[in-house]
Design a protein around this ligand. Structure first.
Ligand code: PLP
Length: 449
């Protein structure tokens, strides 16, 4: 594509396209980057620049770009049956097979899937399922869902309310009633004088304190990402999840583990719930489910919840036109086949993740880096003004944004959350591509320093 076309497309974009999560004045000043094609772990923009995608799109292109099998699966399914609904006693073969395939890799006590079109829709579904479940259990008071500050659960009204992003809450009077937030387990930023282990216990105990404050008969569920992604790849201290499990065992509350980012191999297990040995009642999923080739989401539902909903619930008045979409399901099925046949989860666990983690750990030596953390193929680099005191840079986000832009200039996509640089590359990234990613990250840090 020529530069002239880029300019024309940018003008058209500015004239007509409202982008998600975008300041359009800023976008206009900086110019839109038009991504034109991709292969493996690389993107090419409309100017012909090649960029290593250290974010797998938006944490979703798990098997990498350019897999013709997924395109063929969509094409064949669209020719055969592009669409039919799953309402009113109907279903379709790929959706049935995908539900079975997901149940096979999900934790043992989870054998059913409710399909949606996105992660946000999955969390809307969660909210309705939790409340429905407790109604059916004869405990309609248990409506409140406890979530966490700086968590991310999507952008719809329920998703943004369940999430703990204050900037989202400020726009549109959120959260909706019945959703409350407790502190996040962010030791580096908020642990103060506590050791990571002490802080993990403290952060988990905020759940117990909140349950006691609200009353056990008011609380229906606790929702959390196993590792907070959009919040800055926040990895809870080792003591956190065991303590949460202890608390949940004591109170009659559902556990919702949002696997939208961590699901489908990112931590080196099919689901992070397996990595942390959690027993969720509901698991919202999306993204890696189709490696982002077509939109799709879902909620994996435990036998306990299914039993109540199916045996005692009658019709659940909830669903989306695109629930169980045949073409998305065909792509999801083919994506899972490739992940299984090519042993991609094993590759992450045994090769790619240990190598990435070893390599990024070295970045901690850089004078701008306060902490490096990661699990599986997730990583974060916290940039600070002073390593010893953890003093931050003034004007939060300025250095992060500069780093992000320099990354692109150096042929690498990493995202900035404030002054934390985060990565989540395709699961198929090779050793030499990991070397390239880390070398480029070093170079950028040197340019900023
Ligand atoms: N849940 C988590 C943990 C996410 O990271 C996201 C998106 O990034 C969502 C839910 C929302 O998914 P979607 O953007 O597909 O609606």
């Amino acid at each position: 594509m020529s530069k002239l076309n880029t300019a024309a497309l940018q003008a058209m974009d500015a004239a007509h396209y409202l982008h998600p999560f975008t300041d359009h004045k800023d976008l206009g000043a900086r110019g839109t980057r038009i991504i034109e094609r991709a292969e493996g772990v690389y993107l090419w923009d409309s100017e012909g620049n090649k960029v290593l995608d250290g974010m797998a799109g938006l944490w979703c292109v798990n098997i990498g770009y350019g897999r013709t099998e997924l395109a063929e699966a969509a094409y064949k399914q669209m020719l055969k049956l592009p669409y039919y609904n799953s309402f009113f006693q109907c279903t379709n073969p790929p959706a049935i097979e995908l539900a079975k395939a997901i149940a096979e890799v999900a934790p043992e006590h989870m054998n059913h899937v409710f399909f949606t079109g996105s992660g946000s829709e999955s969390n809307d579904t969660v909210l309705r399922m939790v409340r429905r479940y407790w109604d059916l259990k004869g405990k309609p008071g248990k409506k409140t869902i406890i979530s966490r500050v700086n968590g991310y659960h999507g952008s719809t009204v329920a998703g943004a309310s369940l999430g703990g992003m204050s900037v989202m809450h400020e726009q549109g009077d959120l959260p909706i009633p019945g959703i409350v937030h407790i502190p996040q387990p962010y030791w580096y930023g908020e642990g103060g004088d506590m050791s990571p282990d002490e802080f993990g216990i403290w952060a988990a105990q905020q759940l117990e304190a909140k349950i006691q404050e609200l009353g056990i008969d008011q609380v229906g569920a606790f929702i959390a990402e196993p590792i907070q992604g959009a919040g800055g790849v926040i990895i809870p201290p080792d003591t956190y999840w065991p303590e949460i499990k202890r608390i949940l065992a004591k109170y009659d509350i559902l556990l919702v583990i949002d696997e939208v980012i961590c699901g489908f191999g990112r931590t080196g297990q099919w689901f992070a719930s397996q990595h942390y040995d959690l027993k969720p009642d509901l698991m919202p999923i999306a993204k890696g489910m189709t490696s982002g080739y077509l939109p799709m989401g879902g909620v994996i539902v435990s036998d306990r919840v299914v039993e109540t909903m199916v045996e005692h619930g009658g019709e659940f008045y909830h669903g989306y036109t695109y629930s169980g979409h045949p073409a998305s399901a065909a792509v999801g099925l083919e994506n899972l086949r490739i992940m299984r046949d090519e042993k991609i989860v094993e590759y992450v666990r045994e090769e790619a993740a240990p190598y990435l983690q070893e390599k990024i750990a070295g970045l901690a030596e850089h004078r701008l880096v306060g902490e490096v953390r990661g699990v599986g193929l997730l990583g974060a680099i916290e940039l600070v003004k002073d390593k010893a005191t953890r003093e931050r840079f003034p004007d939060k986000g300025t250095v992060g944004t500069l780093c992000r832009d320099l990354c692109v200039a150096n042929g690498l996509v990493m995202r900035a959350v404030g002054d934390t640089m985060i990565m989540s590359p395709p699961l198929v990234i090779s050793r030499s591509e990991i070397d390239e990613l880390v070398d480029k990250a070093w170079k950028v840090l040197d340019q900023v320093a």
